[in-house]
Design a protein around this ligand. Structure first.
Ligand SMILES: CC(C)(COP(=O)(O)OP(=O)(O)OC[C@H]1O[C@@H](n2cnc3c(N)ncnc32)[C@H](O)[C@@H]1OP(=O)(O)O)[C@@H](O)C(=O)NCCC(=O)NCCS
Length: 170
């Protein structure tokens, strides 16, 4: 497996990854493929933090982190992350998580936030956000709203998290 940054020309393959990863019985289809495209056109897009996983030359997974804020402090929002169903369980998801967190750390970002399962993300260092004085944009998210403090984290980064605009239009 190979991980690298998204390159020009990857957009169609990334769309197919999320269409497959988030497929459900809903006739409307998943929102994630369009969300990624709206994020790519948004000022919150950070090219260094859009990462693909390739298996034998084919893109099988993708993750992106985009600009968010904790009150007035810049921070990152992680997601979507998706791995094609045929490739799930093979370590691509974990590799993408480690890669995007390391890239964010290298960019001196202070923390990464996400809404996700408590049985998956803590293995990557995520903790319930309220332990760091950070609140989700929707109070009902409670424990599932998690943050991963990075090297540049400072305890004064507290407040309410705000995502890039495309998330708020979901
Ligand atoms: C979540 C996802 C990216 C993980 O990718 P992956 O390549 O299957 O992950 P890995 O092979 O690195 O790790 C597999 C582990 O993740 C766990 N896992 C996978 N999806 C999970 C989920 N939605 N919730 C909780 N745990 C999950 C598996 O149970 C397995 O756990 P184990 O190591 O304890 O056995 C992938 O399953 C996926 O695309 N799911 C559909 C889209 C999605 O739900 N994305 C996350 C929300 S944005």
């Amino acid at each position: 497996m190979l991980l690298r940054r998204e390159l020009p020309g990857d957009a169609d393959a990334i769309r197919r990854v999320h269409t497959d990863a988030f497929a459900s019985d809903s006739s409307a289809g998943p929102v994630e493929p369009a969300l990624v495209e709206q994020l790519r056109a948004d000022p919150g897009w950070i090219p260094q933090l859009s990462i693909v996983a390739l298996d034998r030359g084919e893109i099988v997974g993708h993750v992106v982190a985009t600009r968010g804020h904790v009150d007035e402090h810049p921070a990152l929002a992680l997601g979507p992350i998706g791995v094609r169903r045929a490739a799930q369980g093979g370590g691509a998801g974990a590799a993408l998580m480690h890669a995007v967190l390391a890239a964010a750390d290298a960019l001196d970002e202070p923390l990464v936030a996400l809404l996700g399962h408590l049985d998956y993300y803590p293995r990557f260092g995520f903790e319930p956000a309220h332990r760091h004085g950070i609140h989700p944009p929707e109070p009902g998210w409670a424990e599932h709203f998690q943050v991963r403090p990075l090297t540049a984290h400072r305890p004064e980064i507290t407040g309410t998290f705000r995502y890039a605009d495309p998330f708020t239009r979901l």
